[in-house]
Ligand binder design. Sequence first.
Ligand code: 2U9
Length: 367
Amino acid sequence: MADLQQLELDAVARIGAAADLSALEGLRVEFLGKQGSVSALLKTLGGMSPDERQSQGPLINGLRQSVSDAITARKAALEAAELEAKLAGETIDLTLPAPDSARGSVHPVSQVMDELAEIFADMGFAVATGPEIEDDWRNFTALNIPETHPARAMHDTFYFPDEKRAGPAAGPGEGGRMLLRTHTSPVQIRTMTAQEPPIRIIAPGRVYRSDSDATHTPMFHQIEGLVIDKGINLGHLKWTLETFLRAFFERDDVVLRLRPSYFPFTEPSVEVDVGYTVIKGKRVIGGSEGWMEVLGSGMVNRKVIEACGLDPDEWQGFAFGTGVDRLAMLKYGMDDLRAFFDGDIRWLRHYGFAALDVPTLSGGVGA
Ligand code: 2U9
């Protein structure tokens, strides 16, 4: 018995002094492994008489338990110390100096998007977003774009290959063909089918069309606006667009000209031109020496209101749409749309905005 006590004292002391996990593993094998000294003692129980086993059994098993507990405790302590050392070595030096000047800049498209959100928020519009992968019901059918409309043709729209979904769907979620949205209008369809009017939203975002030259890129940015309420008329539309364009171009002398046009989703439809003046051979927005087209718009077609499950005799509205990239080019004087998406660091440095230069109405949106 005295031997067993001495063995336990020695074992626990050696385990407590194990310097690292591998030394500890060595001790575990020495005591508790198949050929270990404690394991050997346990094996002797089989050859003992019942009386002897009754007295020695608890002692030997107690020794095994103490050794095992000591190993578990030492292992936890060694692992905690190891983690502590690792964390101490991984501290980050926050005293490293910052770069001399800010790296990177805000892309003009992002800047203009922020300016537009600021201007329209001031007029009570919320920003709505939606997926870039859409179904043809939300992108076309609900917008009164019939199957025969040229915009549906393969050369304009990027469709996803899916043989199982043949042809357009008759309603939302009916498994129509999937495509990359060709305008942000499906966002307004989503809003109209999900929430009760009155609605006042702008929908900015990326859109895709199979088109590429100096003024068209396969991906470009649009912003569309939608108002649905009672008693809405063209006067509300004109005031909204005039207020928006004056704030955006930061001039009170912005003049609009509304020309009759046609879009399937609006009736009547109007194209909006903004007047410019030529100063030193350059076109400057303001005045009415010449006109350039900046927006498409109109009163929301009754069929579109009906497709969204609303009664067109109760609810009316107006909508508008324009290209954000084009607005940026007009305001900040770039002449090639393709350069917007080249990622040329010199172009970005030249046309980019400081990250802290957040547009506000009080500061002048593009200040
Ligand atoms: C709903 C109802 C009506 C959005 C509109 C236009 C006119 C328009 C083009 C301008 C240049 C797109 O970037 S562009 O190619 N857009 O002319 N968009 S009205 O009308 C809607 C949208 C959603 C539910």
